[in-house]
Design a protein around this ligand. Structure first.
Ligand SMILES: Nc1nc2c(ncn2[C@@H]2O[C@H](COP(=O)(O)OP(=O)(O)O)[C@@H](O)[C@H]2O)c(=O)[nH]1
Ligand SMILES: [Mg+2]
Length: 357
């Protein structure tokens, strides 16, 4: 007997003695202090509840939906097909849904949790539309985390950006710089990826595009010295934010993590509590590898926020759900394209809506 068949039998037994919906609501309440996901039917995951502020982000929502189109096509088209000719969510169908969720790369653990929750509600699911509604609500509940405590703003606020080669660090820094500048903040970018001349050129173009200052040294300069000078320049010029670009792979035998730690120490030498944030950029197209990268970098560097890029180029958008469900590091921004505006603050409700509608 398959896992789901066993599980389903067990659940049918439980149904008579417990109230799974309420039990689950308690669990959500315990895990997430945010009131907006604590209701058992997750009404707040429905954007029809949008307030005025949210309406403004309709354009962002469309852009997000476009970016997630590959993942959404796999999830929603296949759910429609799986349900064709069927009238209820039985154990066989649950098994097929499990396979489908696995292909979106949310990970085994997260898939199991979702299947478990869906199977508890299987009595109320008789078509694809109902299944998608339940999935959307449950995915939303899995991703929602209490907002991280915001520290009192520092000036300058120093952000170090790390991650392996090619994940989108430099591009993301350009987008972030433009975003902060658009909010009226003074920004300086530090070109501490000094190992390739092209990297500094690329960042210079982004700085121009965003209309912000850049601090750079000659090729092969000491990255820690660039970082130090960037913070010094920001202090001298009264800037609000410093964003430091770093290398993802080194030509020499120098260990990447050691080099990154050196940059971190150099920044702290100039400004004792800096860097205030260390963002890890990961590429969503790498699927489950994204999770292991996050663990690795977090152990060495102490990551304060994740940025997941290239969600527009992949059918593995489920990796966001896995990351939110299994890691304690908040997902701060997501990249949905190569343009300057293609960076969005991560919003679990919006993300779930974009995946299943
Ligand atoms: N489609 C897409 N491409 C991206 C995104 N972010 C970055 N890229 C592309 O990924 C490639 C590597 O980016 P880069 O910023 O140089 O990565 P780095 O090595 O980490 O600095 C470039 O071609 C970028 O245009 C994104 O959100 N979506
Ligand atoms: Mg780069």
């Amino acid at each position: 007997m398959g896992w789901f068949k066993k599980k389903n039998k067990q659940d049918q037994k439980d149904e008579t003695t417990s109230r799974p919906v309420e039990g689950q609501a308690d669990e959500i309440e315990n895990r997430h202090s945010r009131a907006d996901v604590s209701s058992p039917d997750h009404r707040d995951c429905d954007p029809s509840d949008e307030d005025a502020g949210r309406k403004k982000s309709k354009g962002f929502f469309r852009q997000l939906k476009r970016g997630l189109s590959k993942t959404r096509d796999v999830l929603t088209t296949d759910i429609d097909e799986l349900f064709r000719g069927r009238k209820k969510l039985d154990a066989d169908l649950l098994e097929e849904i499990e396979e489908l969720l696995i292909t979106s790369d949310m990970g085994v653990e997260t898939t199991m949790t979702l299947i478990d929750r869906i199977s508890k509600k299987s009595g109320g699911i008789s078509n694809a539309k109902e299944l998608k509604a339940v999935l959307k609500a449950e995915v939303c509940a899995l991703m929602a985390k209490p907002a991280p405590a915001t520290a009192s703003p520092r000036k300058p606020h120093v952000i170090m950006v790390v991650g392996v080669n090619g994940v989108g660090k430099t591009t993301t820094i350009g987008k972030l710089a433009a975003r902060f500048a658009g909010e009226g903040k003074g920004v300086i970018i530090g070109a501490a990826d000094t190992f390739r001349a092209a990297a500094v050129e690329q960042l210079t173009i982004w700085a121009e595009r965003a209309g912000v200052d850049i601090v750079k040294h000659r090729d092969n300069a000491d990255p820690a010295a660039v970082a130090f000078d960037s913070v010094e320049a920001a202090t001298a010029r009264g800037k609000d934010i410093v964003i430091i670009d770093t290398a993802g792979r080194l030509h020499t035998k120098v260990n990447l993590m050691e080099e990154l730690k050196k940059i971190k120490r150099a920044v702290a030498k100039k400004l004792p509590d800096a860097p205030h944030d260390i963002y890890l950029v990961i590429d969503a197209t790498t699927g489950q590898n994204a999770l292991s990268q996050a663990k690795l970098f977090n152990d060495s560097m102490g990551i304060t926020g994740l940025i997941l890029t290239k969600l527009d180029g992949t059918a593995k958008g489920g990796v966001v759900i896995g990351i939110c469900n299994t890691l304690d590091i908040p997902l701060t921004y997501i990249g949905v394209g190569e343009g300057v505006d293609d960076l969005q603050k991560f919003d679990p409700e919006q993300y779930a809506e974009a995946l299943f509608s």
